[in-house]
Design a protein around this ligand. Structure first.
Ligand code: NAP
Length: 481
């Protein structure tokens, strides 16, 4: 099935940080792909801005190189040329006064105006202020900001206040690229477009939920950045929190930005504080790969792995724990959500065999799809013996597509900005609530003397994490791709 393309309105998009890594790897190639898909009108303008002094042609030449490297196949030189015609560049120092009037002169009245802040958060305030004082942004303009949105509640609040001085909440698009993933949005489709699951989607029928985001890469090459963050800030507070919300939230009254975000916020506010005994931190330590070497700090206490048991205090989920784990240098690269249902209350069969609990696994990557474990009769004569088998569906097979024509998360999210749809962006109060829950966990680590547990690169994580589950008579699912 080929994905349907609905063209967006004409727009002027300014990318601050246009010479940076994110612009080169994701934003420019993503815009190019949407252009070739026919979603971006040929009249649209994309204006790069950064301190580097260069003219339009030099920027276009850089953009061509970025598209060739990261734009995917097939490469169509004529289409690349057409796309590059949309591009322009203005040299601007966010902290200086030069370049702003030129930027203003390039913006066309009557089009959608969006400003992508692909720069360090410390520059958000400078850019927002100069856009306002130079009369470049108005009440209709949109601003896109990147993660990390703060490193704790206080800094997230400060960022929100900075942006709020010049923009209303309806103008601010905080990116969590996880929300732009096709399969993450599928979580909502699976839950709210089917009658099948919702009646069972509560603590009466669900034993527990596991959310796993495992990576095989370490932090070598970006260790000094990662070491200031760690798994909880880099993954749990944002991406995994979003997955948890989509699984746990009540049905919104409509697929509408604030209706969805209101329900996610209620989940975050209902999260119980996590006691230290319910969290395991780890660091990969081995001869071939060692976090302490990669992090460039032999004494680092930053975690490259975290596992935790999270409880939600509301009617739906009271008594059903959510187990979260994420880490680097693990056995396989995989992201999945597994919902383990309770066993039937009474068995009419004399079979004392294998597990009976149904399990629904939603695979986010790789091999996106769903797998439902159901019990059937073991074939053959000799009585009623039961066996658990998977009902397995790969979205690619079911839709007859390898996903090559599907927009990636950044492409989809940038198009949503132009459309003015905030559903897949985090609201300010949501981000603050997530930090309010995460802060005490981080604070306890910073105050404590405990080091993260070591784990072997290529393993499933620290032994302690296994015990976190065994303690509750449960088991993690095997990490495999
Ligand atoms: P980067 O490679 O360091 O690029 C930073 C950009 O900001 C460059 O274009 C730089 O260009 C520009 N810049 C720096 N100081 C400036 C100033 N005073 N005025 C105007 N422009 C200035 O960073 P990045 O990796 O692209 O990341 C950008 C943002 O996205 C960060 O907030 C980051 O946390 C976030 N993010 C990045 C990724 C990723 O994969 N890279 C993923 C998620 C989030 P000049 O030096 O020419 O000014």
């Amino acid at each position: 099935m080929v994905s349907r393309v609905i063209p967006v309105d004409d727009f002027d998009l300014v990318v601050f940080g246009a010479t940076g890594d994110l612009a080169r790897r994701k934003i420019l190639p993503g815009l190019y792909r949407r252009f070739t898909a026919g979603q971006i009108p040929a009249s649209a303008r994309i204006i790069g801005a950064a301190r580097t002094e260069q003219d339009d042609d030099a920027f276009r030449s850089d953009a061509r190189a970025a598209i060739c490297e990261f734009g995917g196949a097939p490469r169509d030189e004529a289409r690349i040329d057409d796309f590059l015609n949309l591009l322009g560049y203005v040299a601007i120092d966010a902290k200086g006064e030069g370049g702003w009037s030129e930027l203003k002169s390039r913006m066309r009245p009557g089009t959608v105006h969006a400003f992508y802040f692909s720069v360090a958060p410390a520059l958000f305030g400078d850019i927002a202020e100069r856009l306002a004082t130079n009369g470049i942004a108005d009440a209709e303009s949109r601003v896109v900001v990147e993660k990390p949105f703060g490193r704790d509640l206080a800094s997230a609040r400060a960022l929100n206040e900075t942006l709020a001085r010049h923009f209303t909440e309806a103008q601010i698009y905080r990116i969590d690229h996880y929300l732009g993933k096709e399969t993450v949005q599928n979580l909502m489709a699976v839950r709210f477009a089917n009658i099948l699951f919702e009646p069972l989607w509560n603590s009466q029928y669900v034993d527990h939920v596991q959310i796993t985001v495992a990576e095989t890469v370490g932090v070598a090459g970006r260790g000094s950045y990662y070491d200031k963050s760690g798994a909880i800030r880099d993954m749990v507070q944002n991406h995994m929190m979003q997955l948890l919300c989509l699984i746990a939230m009540e049905p919104p009254y409509h697929f509408d930005p604030d209706a969805v975000r209101d329900e996610k916020l209620k989940v975050i506010r209902a999260l119980q504080a996590v006691p230290p005994a319910d969290i395991v931190r780890g660091q990969y330590r081995g001869a071939d790969a060692d976090y302490l070497t990669d992090a460039e700090d032999p004494n680092s206490r930053t975690e490259s792995y975290v596992a935790m048991k999270v409880c939600i205090s509301n009617w739906r989920w009271q008594g059903t724990p959510f187990y979260l784990r994420t880490g680097k240098k693990l056995r396989a690269r995989t992201s999945e959500i597994a919902i383990t249902f309770k066993e039937p209350p009474h068995s009419i069969f004399d079979d004392s065999g294998s597990p009976r609990a149904n399990q629904l696994v939603i695979r986010l990557q790789p091999n996106e799809g769903m797998n439902l474990k159901v019990m059937i009769k073991e074939p053959g004569p000799g009585g009623m013996r039961l066996v658990q088998v998977p009902l397995d569906m790969s979205f690619a097979d079911a839709l007859g597509s390898d996903g090559a024509d599907m927009p990636d998360a950044y492409e989809r999210l940038i198009m949503d900005v132009i459309r003015g749809n905030q559903t897949l962006f985090m609201r300010g109060d949501e981000v603050e609530a997530a930090w309010a829950w995460t802060d005490p966990i981080i604070k306890a680590w910073e105050d404590g003397k405990h080091r993260p547990e070591p784990y072997d690169p290529g393993s499933s994580g620290p032994e302690e994490a296994l015990r976190l589950m065994h303690r509750d008579n449960r088991r993690w699912r095997e990490i495999r791709s």
